[in-house]
Structure formats: C-alpha cells, structure tokens
Design a protein around this ligand. Sequence first.
Ligand code: NAP
Length: 245
Amino acid sequence: MDQRTCLVTGASRGIGRGIAEHLASEGANVVVNFRASEKEAADAVEEIRSNGGSAIKAQADVTGRREVEAMRDLIHDEFGEIDVLVNNAGITQDTRFEEMTREEWDQVMDVNLGGVFNVTQTFFEDIKSADEGRLINISSIVGKQGNFGQANYATAKSGLFGFTRTIALELARSGSTANCLAPGFTQTDMLDEVDDEIQEKIRSEIPLDRFAQIDDIAAAVRFLASEESSYITGEVIDVNGGMDL
Ligand code: NAP
C-alpha cells in the first residue's frame, strides 16, 4: 500500500478506526474522517504516527456535500488524489417499525445512504483515475437478514448491495473495483447500545460463538484494498462468524 492514499469515513472510533490503523500499517497515507469526535480522531492519528504510519484527520459530516467537498480539497493539498475510499460512517436509530418516526427513518437514510452518495460522488474521479482504485462499502449482516427494530438500518444497508454492484459496473473499464463488506455483530460502541439481554441472545446464535473483533473486519478490508483483490468486484463479502449458515 506504499504511496496509496486511503480515506476512511467515520474513523474516529470503532470499525473505521481499526480499518484506518490496518491500512496505515501497510504503508498507506490514511485520512481519518470524523463528524464530531475530534479528540478521538486526533488520538487515532497520533497512534498511527507513533507506529511509524502516515495519517491526517479530516472533519466532515458525510451528509453535507459542501463539507465533503472541503474535505476533498484538504486531502488533495496534503496527499493528492485518493486511491481507496472506505465508506464506513454509519448510525442506527432503533425502534419497532410501528413506532418509528419519519425523522428516525430519514436520519438513518441520510447518513448511511446519503453520506455514501456524497462521498462516493465527490471522490469518484479520484477512484476512477487511480491505478486500481478501490471503493469499499461497509454494509451489515442486517442488510441481508433484517433485524427486529432496525427497519431503517436494514433498508439502508441492503441498499448498499445494489449500489456497490452498479458502481462496480460503472468503474470496471477503468480497472478500479467496488465491493461491499457485510460484518456480523462487532464489539464497538454501536453494539454497546444494544440491551445486554439482546446481545446475549444474538451471541448465542453465532456459530463461532463470539462477536467479531474490530480486527476481524479491518483485516478483510485490508485485503479488499490491496492489489491481491484485483479480480474481485461487485461482491458482498460476509465476515460474520457463520451467522448466515
Ligand atoms: P461506531 O462505533 O458508532 O462509530 C461510528 C463512526 O461513524 C464514528 O467515527 C462517527 O464519528 C462516524 N459518523 C457517524 N455519523 C457520521 C457522519 N454523519 N459523518 C461522518 N462520520 C460519522 O460504529 P461502528 O460499530 O464502528 O460501525 C462502523 C460501520 O460498520 C457502520 O457503517 C456500521 O453500520 C457498520 N457495522 C457495524 C456493526 C457492529 O456490530 N458494530 C456490524 C455491521 C456493520 P463521530 O463520533 O464524530 O460522529
């Protein structure tokens, strides 16, 4: 990954931070995007640099096109065009569908799909003109299976499957690829928000009998970002401990 520049959205903590650290450990210049958690983003950059890696932080709410465009200018000034985009930023607003407000529906669509639209379109030319550019969208097992109380999130995450396949076709002639990763339940702040009792029920249904660690997900992204994945495009890669077996 030497000389490659990778943008990871929502990289101040959780899975995004793990992805940023893994890509930096391969020699890439990494951009740690965040919305509000500036201190955590600064910590992530500091940790990468202290391990000999190259990273900067870049604030932008992915729902704001102008903020995303300003972030592109900052990245271009610092590192030049990007080669790899990881659309990782995502939120949940869980409640039973009967009680779900239109606002809860819209907020999840706005970040999890609208954000992907904004960031991907803003950096599309970079990825297309890169030598083997990579677009990696972080979906979820919930996009495949659905999940009680997550009608908004499941809809947004399954939307990424169609998006990824289409962009894979539109990028193909340039030699760049687009793939989706569908993690299972992963030990992060997002999972901590789920009631302990429900967490235990989910865990008991995982054949490998444990939640994913951030490194399990980040390692798969590292592979998709590498030249070793050159002939894989338009795919959904499951990393879920066997949950859909
Ligand atoms: P997390 O710990 O809640 O972290 C979310 C990250 O996204 C934070 O860095 C947050 O930054 C950022 N973010 C949120 N809204 C944003 C916005 N509008 N613009 C820019 N950044 C924004 O989440 P996670 O568990 O690591 O999840 C990361 C991704 O994996 C998500 O797409 C999630 O849907 C997916 N996923 C998670 C699991 C799981 O079990 N954890 C399973 C499958 C898939 P701020 O703090 O600054 O807002």
